[in-house]
Unconditional design. Structure first.
Length: 314
């Protein structure tokens, strides 16, 4: 970082510190005492002529009850923050942005799925949700995520994403994967299959009256809409999603992520468990019965062989 940039950051932080202090009606003497500084030294920092130590900065955050993002100097677009979050959560083929401060709003995998799919700023962000889901499904509250999409009237968009990811996962499994990757993919296949079977909006009834959910930000007029509809995949037609994205795009995202990462991380501790059917489940658990299709099936409905399981969501 150049000296000029450091001075600019130091000055901006100093302004925000002073604004917080004045807002709380604290004197320099009072705040400097809390931070273990002399008033003279604190005055220098507040004028942009010095910096806090890491410990002092953490104390500032606690004293004013503010997040570190409060002091961000570079405010980049939402897309850069989402791309960084996607990369951190498994879409490691994406290039991160070093000038973007991580956002508390995008800490959880479910939040990243919601923001990327609702915002739909970039087709690449949407397809990159496939490797994110594969690596993080155990850590996502799927019922909560669906409720959020229901609130916006875009629940079909979530089902469309899950089924495209499921097909991509099955395609990858059919081609053979390293043992560690295969275990992760089979787990994702199981969870996605069970969720789609129990989803209250099966594809046959997702698009009453032919209403469309226009997903692509690049669809700006009737001509671009007609072009997207003419090239739509069978899944997009079933779910009533207007998009140029194809199932192969999700497959390519999974392949790209695996190509960059030489080793898959250990699967996180499960928050969703697939268990043998129980006669008397605990009353404080919500149990969803599911008939999970045979893994060789390429669709989650309309195939005879299935394995009964229970999805026990904590």
């Amino acid at each position: 970082m150049k000296i000029g940039e450091r001075i600019k950051i130091r000055t901006e932080i100093a302004k925000k510190i002073r604004a917080l202090r004045v807002e709380r009606h604290w004197t320099q003497a009072e705040l400097s005492k809390e931070l273990g500084l002399s008033q003279g030294r604190f005055s220098e920092i507040e004028r942009g002529q010095g910096s806090f130590t890491a410990e002092q900065f953490l104390e500032v955050l606690k004293l004013f009850n503010v997040p570190v993002s409060q002091f961000a100097v570079v405010q980049s677009g939402t897309g850069s923050g989402i791309e960084n979050a996607l990369s951190r959560l498994g879409a490691i083929h994406l290039e991160g942005h070093t000038d973007v401060l991580p956002s508390e709003r995008l800490e959880e995998a479910g939040d990243v799925v919601r923001e990327a799919l609702l915002g739909a700023e970039s087709p690449r962000h949407i397809t990159s949700l496939a490797p994110v889901l594969v690596r993080n499904l155990d850590r996502i509250n799927l019922n909560k995520l669906r409720a959020q999409f229901l609130e916006y009237g875009l629940e079909r968009r979530l089902g469309w994403l899950f089924e495209n990811t499921l097909q991509a996962v099955r395609q990858e499994l059919s081609g053979g994967l390293p043992r560690e990757a295969a275990t992760l993919y089979r787990r994702a296949e199981l969870l996605l299959s069970a969720w789609l079977v129990n989803a209250p909006f099966p594809p046959s009834s997702t698009n009453p009256g032919g209403t469309l959910d226009i997903l692509d930000a690049q669809i700006l007029n009737e001509n671009s809409l007609r072009k997207a509809l003419n090239s739509a995949s069978a899944l997009s037609e079933q779910w009533g999603i207007a998009t140029a994205l194809q199932p192969d795009d999700f497959i390519e995202a999974l392949k790209a992520s695996r190509a960059v990462g030489s080793k898959f991380p250990e699967r996180p501790a499960a928050s969703a468990r697939v268990v043998v059917a129980r006669k008397n489940p605990a009353p404080d658990h919500r149990v969803i019965r599911a008939a999970v299709p045979d893994p060789v099936s390429t669709r989650h409905q309309g195939h005879g062989s299935s394995n009964p399981v229970e999805m026990d969501w904590d």
